[in-house]
Design a binder for this molecule. Structure first.
Ligand code: C2O
Ligand code: CU
Ligand code: CU
Length: 520
């Protein structure tokens, strides 16, 4: 059993560097036993319009007395939040201080292909990359992460990911809670598994290329079950599912409503009140919660549909973070309406590009899990330790695939990813209707497209959930379903620096479920 992480004591607030201490913490004092939620430091452009940052290796004490080898941006794990404004052009100076090549992709940013940071723009160890990014899109919570083919999953697992927040006139005008880390709180939700010697588990075996990374320790901003001390009043949570593969079904422990105000690419027309919100790998939502009473609550995740993602501790509600409102009432408000979105036209363009997600080895991956009893356990709804043991052994002990097998395990439109061979071309600034579906595997695929923000016009023939009806760059498909999106690409992407379209389960992406296209 390499699965030690649940037996070992986990330590909390070990993350240092850019993940600074919560600002309110010192003034309020309190429970030393619980780690405070680390708040990523804001990085804004200097007077010359530049932002410099770097990737480097480090260590973090996640498990008591053990150092886990990590990667981070400007610190040992995760990174700062890049704070940008619509209309601004920022000169990035990124330095790769790792011993591996990497790339930096601005997930959700609408920018030309040559500055998109995909797998065609590797940055060698010791090198700098200096793209100019012109920000011309609505306020949103985006993120950045490596996109190096085929080791994106491994680099993100080690800790490379950060937020990128855009502000604009709408967020100036609206009285949303906007004091960073005080009533405007970023929550980067991830899962990890640890090996016997305290390192991050990371193995591209058949279980991983079919199911993605299955962790057993939830982390929020790099810490297990932290506590966020916020002000009273309305609190805004910026949620990122920064996991390689895991989806979450989020709910407040006391059942209070979550008011969704934004999705991947910007604010919604008006708040959408829900009791529970689903979030998939790579997705973001901005959610407001009423903390006027000062009563604390936990943000929980409930069991999700995929059987392998219901292994303990995720076989029941798992508290991810405590929100503890203390102190004065903040000035933030929940507006009745937010922004005007262009209505989706009744008359849609003719169906155009189709993207079919393929799994060429799903039976090979799923059969052993089925034999181990995973599907029947999921159906019964009762956790059986013997099944859990057998399935965990498959996750952990199945041998690493050869590179050739890994790279051809999955695909799009019948073909595994082939770097440098764009699959199709689209016309610039044209409204397009794409259909995204899956082959016979019926698995979940959160599909992401670069160079755009799109609208979901159909989720298997139905309108999307109201909280997915605004700007999106990821659309989930599952259970044999399909999605149609309305999309247009305002910037060019040439053959040398094309855009990517791929499943955001990073183990699927690194094993062929990715394609590339040009825009002219
Ligand atoms: Cu978040 Cu192509 O990536
Ligand atoms: Cu992206
Ligand atoms: Cu997938």
């Amino acid at each position: 059993m390499t699965d030690l992480s649940r037996r070992d004591a986990l330590v909390g607030g070990a993350v240092v560097g850019t993940m600074g201490a919560m600002r309110l913490g010192a003034a309020i004092g309190g429970d030393a036993a619980r780690p405070l939620l680390p708040i990523p430091q804001e990085l804004r452009a200097n007077a010359r319009g530049e932002i410099a940052f770097s990737a480097r290796a480090g260590t973090v004490e996640f498990l008591r007395g053990r150092r886990t080898a990590t990667y981070g941006y400007n610190g040992p794990f995760l990174g700062p939040v890049l704070r940008l404004r619509r209309g601004q052009t920022v000169m990035i100076d990124f330095a790769n201080h790792l011993s591996d090549p990497t790339t930096v992709h601005w997930h959700g940013l609408i920018i030309p292909g040559d500055v998109d940071g995909g797998p065609h723009r590797p940055i060698a160890p010791g090198e700098h990359w200096r793209p100019a990014l012109s920000i011309n899109q609505p306020a949103a919570t985006l993120w950045f992460h490596p996109h190096f083919y085929p080791t994106t999953a491994a680099q993100v697992t080690k800790g490379l990911a950060g937020l990128l927040v855009i502000d604009d006139e709408d967020t100036d005008r609206l009285k949303l809670p906007s004091r960073w880390g005080v009533d405007d709180v970023p929550l980067i939700i991830q899962d990890r598994r640890f090996t016997r010697d305290g390192q991050f588990f990371d193995r591209m075996n058949i279980t991983a290329v079919t199911n993605g990374y299955v962790g057993d320790v939830p982390l929020v901003n790099g810490v297990r079950y932290p506590e966020a001390r916020t002000t009273r009043g309305w609190v805004r949570l910026r949620l990122l599912d920064g996991s390689n593969a895991r989806s979450y079904a989020l709910k407040a422990s006391d059942g209070r409503s979550l008011f969704v105000i934004g999705s991947d690419g910007g604010l919604l027309e008006s708040p959408v009140e829900v009791k529970e919100i689903g979030i998939h790998a790579g997705e973001r939502f901005e959610v407001m919660v009423d903390c006027r009473s000062g009563t604390p609550f936990d943000l929980l995740t409930l069991p999700v549909e995929q059987p392998i993602m219901r292994l303990p501790p995720f076989d029941g509600p798992v508290p991810l973070v405590t929100i503890r409102p203390v102190g004065a009432v903040g000035p933030g408000e929940l507006p009745a309406s937010l922004v005007k979105l262009q209505p989706v036209p009744a008359e849609l363009p003719a169906a155009g590009q189709q993207l079919v997600m393929n799994m060429f080895r799903d039976e090979e991956g799923m059969m052993p899990l089925m034999k181990a009893g995973l599907m029947s356990m999921a159906k019964s709804g009762k956790t059986d330790p013997a099944v859990v043991g057998r399935v965990t052994k498959l996750i952990v002990d199945q041998p690493e695939l050869t590179m050739a097998v890994q790279l051809s395990a999955n695909g799009v439109n019948g073909r595994p990813f082939a770097l440098g061979e764009p699959m199709f071309a689209v016309r610039r600034s044209q409204e397009l209707r794409w259909r995204i579906s899956e082959a016979s595997d019926r698995m979940l695929h959160p599909v992401h497209v670069h160079g755009c923000q799109f609208r979901i016009v159909s989720a298997s023939g139905q309108p999307p959930e109201a909280y997915r009806a605004g700007w999106k760059d990821i659309v989930p498909i599952s259970a044999g379903g399909f999605a149609e999106i309305l999309v247009s690409f305002p910037y060019p992407a040439g053959v040398d620096m094309p855009y990517m379209a791929h499943c955001h389960i990073l183990e699927h992406e690194d094993s062929g479920m990715m394609t590339q296209f040009t825009v002219a």
